[in-house]
Write a protein that binds this ligand. Structure first.
Ligand code: GRF
Length: 227
């Protein structure tokens, strides 16, 4: 990966409320992520909250209508926009579409996704419901590079949360989401600081020993306090 300082241009793809996008933008604004700028937010759904958040933050917010288009043609439109904005990295933040192979080839090792489960468990839709139904005692979130196999790319960061007996899909989703808002900015920070090294299917963090350990250890007392 490239050395030296560079301002990386991020294109964020969403389909809804955009809370992960918002958290990333806040972490850029406060200087936690130093080398990145969100240059465009694209949604496949019109009038979603995430697009409104982008506009409030003076970020270009585009609804790109998939109606009547094949997956390939839709993705070509998105690629064209991302290239027009000279996007370096594509950040999937609740984008509810499977990307075409062409899209993934066009941004090889430059697409990140967040999934609300401890991959490789519970891929696909309703991951939190799958976790509850499987009776696991812990679940969490995973940030990973996107490859052609769904929810299977090299893992960058994970968070772990307990699953309580009284949980349903909504309560578990809320608990996981709070940690998503921490690990997605962390993963992007590491990416943009050129600290991620891909070795086969593993992501290694350069200068691992200099990491602030608070980023790894989730404090059960603080992080899982019920509001
Ligand atoms: C998150 O749970 C994320 O893990 C999943 O989609 C949801 C998006 O939420 N991929 P938001 O739009 O970022 O609030």
């Amino acid at each position: 990966m490239q050395r030296g300082w560079k301002l990386y241009r991020l294109g964020v793809l969403i389909s809804g409320r955009g809370s992960n996008f918002k958290s990333i933008e806040e972490h850029i604004k406060c200087g936690y992520i130093k080398n990145a700028k969100i240059v465009v937010v694209i949604s496949n759904k019109e009038d979603v909250k995430g697009l409104a958040i982008a506009k409030e933050n003076n970020i270009d917010a585009l609804f790109v209508d998939p109606k009547g288009l094949t997956r390939e043609d839709y993705d070509k439109n998105i690629i064209e926009i991302l290239n027009r904005y000279s996007v370096d990295f594509v950040i999937l933040a609740g984008f509810m579409r499977v990307l075409s192979d062409h899209f993934i080839d066009s941004f090889k090792n430059r697409i990140l996704n967040i999934h609300p489960a401890l991959l490789p468990s519970f891929k696909g839709l309703h991951a939190q419901k799958q976790a509850i139904e499987a009776g696991v005692k812990f679940s969490g979130a995973t940030v990973h590079f996107v490859t052609k196999d769904l929810d299977s790319g090299p893992i960058i960061a994970q968070s772990v949360v307990p699953v309580f007996d009284g949980d349903d899909e909504d309560t578990l989703s809320d608990r996981i989401l709070k940690t998503e808002h921490k690990i997605y900015p962390l993963a992007i920070k590491l990416l943009c600081d050129n600290r991620l090294e891909l070795e086969n299917n593993r992501v290694k963090i350069k200068d691992y020993e200099t990491m602030d350990e608070n980023f790894y250890i989730i404090n059960p007392k603080e992080d899982f306090k019920e509001d």
